[in-house]
Design a protein. Structure first.
Length: 112
């Protein structure tokens, strides 16, 4: 009897537990609305950045997120094929400032 009560209590708690919040940088980002709808591109201004909780896909190719730490911005060590790339993702509302491989930062907007 006690095990049934505990099982029921655990089931109820699992249903009401809050889901983990999605990172602010997750989504599709681009320099202009026209780039949002495009696929491909060979620069920060011609390619959309697609970010998930575990990966980044941009003009430089597909990268798996390795180490990540957060302050105001999110700092990522991305594993892009045979090279590691330092990436800074600073999301504020519908804007994202991205610094890729310690280069000049790009200002992107969230695609709708």
């Amino acid at each position: 009897m006690i095990s049934r009560v505990m099982l029921a209590a655990c089931a109820v708690m699992a249903m009401v537990s809050p889901a983990p919040a999605e990172e602010a940088f997750v989504g599709r980002w681009a320099a202009t609305p026209e780039v949002c709808a495009s696929h491909g591109g060979d620069s920060a201004t011609t390619a959309a950045l697609v970010a998930t909780a575990t990966s980044l896909w941009w003009y430089d190719g597909y990268c798996r997120i390795g180490k990540m730490y957060k302050t105001t911005a999110v700092y990522v060590q991305a594993h892009c094929g045979a090279k590691d790339v330092a990436v800074t993702l600073d999301a504020a509302g519908d804007k994202l400032r991205v610094a890729w491989n310690r280069g000049k930062s790009a200002e992107l907007m969230r695609c709708k």
